[in-house]
Design a protein around this ligand. Sequence first.
Ligand SMILES: Cc1cc2nc3c(=O)[nH]c(=O)nc-3n(C[C@H](O)[C@H](O)[C@H](O)COP(=O)(O)OP(=O)(O)OC[C@H]3O[C@@H](n4cnc5c(N)ncnc54)[C@H](O)[C@@H]3O)c2cc1C
Length: 522
Amino acid sequence: MNEEMHPSRWGDPARAAALPDATRGLVEMVFGVYDRPAVDHPTLPPSALGADLLAGLAAIVGADQVRTDDETRRLRTRGKSTPDLLRARSGDLGDAPDAVVRPGDHDEVASVLAFAVEHRLAVVPFGGGTSVTGGLVARRAGFVGVLSLDLVRMKRLLAVDHTSMTATLEPGLRGPEAEALLAAEGLTLGHYPQSWEFASIGGFAATRSSGQSSAGYGRFDALVVGLSVATPRGRVDLGSAPANAAGPDLRQLFLGSEGTFGVITSVTVRVRRLPAVKVYEGWRWPSFADGAAAVRTLAQAGLLPTVIRLSDEAETAINLADPAAVGGEGSAGCLMITGYEGEQAAVDAKRAAVTAVLTGLGGDGTGTAAGEKWAHGRFDAPYLRDSMLDAGVLVETLETATFWSNVERLYADVKAALTAALGDPSIVLCHISHVYETGCSLYFTVAAKESADPLAQWDKAKTAASDAMIAAGATITHHHAVGTDHKPWFAQEVGPLGVSVLRAVKADLDPTGILNPGVLIP
Ligand SMILES: Cc1cc2nc3c(=O)[nH]c(=O)nc-3n(C[C@H](O)[C@H](O)[C@H](O)COP(=O)(O)OP(=O)(O)OC[C@H]3O[C@@H](n4cnc5c(N)ncnc54)[C@H](O)[C@@H]3O)c2cc1C
């Protein structure tokens, strides 16, 4: 697999593909398609950094590790949301950094930050570049230039403690690289977001990411037991015990701080033994409400499998590639995927207990075919988004979370807001993606015929959906983080005093505001 993603598409450039004929026929029927031209080699604005500044950076990290060529800067421009891709496709590279700097260790990161403070350079930490919320789009105004601080060289497994079952990883390790290093020790992290193939350990921590196996392994922030951070004011090392009562948990201050308080230079995580067995299976429910009640029952009985997700009627119909069933209430029912990972005996016991509960609640076990299909294609959907964009269909996702008593309202309100804003023809799909005893997250996917101004079209839908989330008392993000895109709603969610606390922390750790200006902090 290529290490670098395509600059204006998701993932490995070698895997870019046109829509399969059957899907194209279906898409044509629903939306009417056209082939959208993309500008493939747009030119970048020249780098604003003079030779003196570049020489100063080279003195810290080495001349080879300071890059100003067009291709490197282009690959470090923005993230991978649909608006990011649309801008890149239209040749807009206005947010490109002036230079890409690649430090090799914590001390080099710290020195680059000191240099940036001295010379008034904005610094954007870059892990895998998979942000979908504008987390890599720093404000340029007020700065001499913008540096992308690319953590790609920091890829070591620093320590493994087989007794405590922890491992310390550098931030630039991508998901597969981290798993390969741990597998050599007989261990796994078990963190598999859909962006796993390209997203990094530092990025997971900085955004409080959640993986598809979060029911079994936990969200990324729950896996972190310690971390080191380079800030413009100095080094912070946190996590000296599995748990403590030593004041507020400062680890939580840096988890989710999206590069605005400091650069995470190592992360110590809880690890598990490599699972001997993995089994994924499907369950059919008459309705989304029936399936959701079953998920809740499992969560509250302490019986969650490693993977559990539940598609609504429309998403189930699309998954089954049955266009006639889209929107047809109850036609295809709702598909639930359950997955079990671990030692054979533990998997067998959990699977038997879950099966008894789900059968008792009226679920229809469909065997392993649907589960295997999901497991096989679990990282493929983003490639399909590109093919749909090529065909003039706007595709994007958004997510939120709430307590169980509010799920029905949130689902209805966000779906209605998206449908009204996107108009006809459009499709809104949803699944329960992450589950807790007290509630769950809802993950929406939309597809609409692209208008003449798709950025404005999406902005209108996203605003309507975000307003609906906050009005329903839900969160603006369960796992995609805040970035620049969610800031107005994040401010409403935490309130004026919450914003004031964040600004105070920022002012203390980063007094000149060089770290990701404009990101996260309202
Ligand atoms: C197709 C697709 C599917 C996705 N699926 C999921 C999913 O299933 N679950 C999920 O949680 N998210 C998902 N995401 C969102 C994204 O992958 C996560 O937010 C991920 O954690 C970002 O990691 P990254 O290494 O790519 O970070 P980047 O995109 O490089 O950075 C994200 C933010 O963190 C900051 N940052 C990065 N590294 C550091 C560091 N070492 N120290 C301080 N700040 C840092 C950046 O400056 C930026 O603000 C998906 C995104 C895409 C495009």
